[in-house]
Design a protein around this ligand. Structure first.
Ligand SMILES: [Zn+2]
Length: 64
């Protein structure tokens, strides 16, 4: 008895696309890891902030 069981168990690889919380620009995961908070939030990117602001922690908190 051969029963072909087609496992249709496709795990949808949900690659979470990160976005800048400030302007909505797509950023890479690595970018968030470097400039964002530990829980993956990012409040500034190269689109809405300068590299200098980001290095000073501008991506870790909402700009007000
Ligand atoms: Zn941004």
């Amino acid at each position: 008895m051969d029963t072909l069981q087609i496992e249709n168990n496709r795990n949808k690889h949900h690659s979470r696309q990160r976005v800048c919380q400030n302007c909505g620009e797509y950023v890479t995961k690595q970018f968030v890891r470097v400039f964002g908070t530990n829980d993956g939030s990012l409040y500034g990117c190269m689109n809405c902030s300068t590299g200098r602001e980001l290095r000073n922690g501008g991506g870790k908190r909402p700009s007000q």
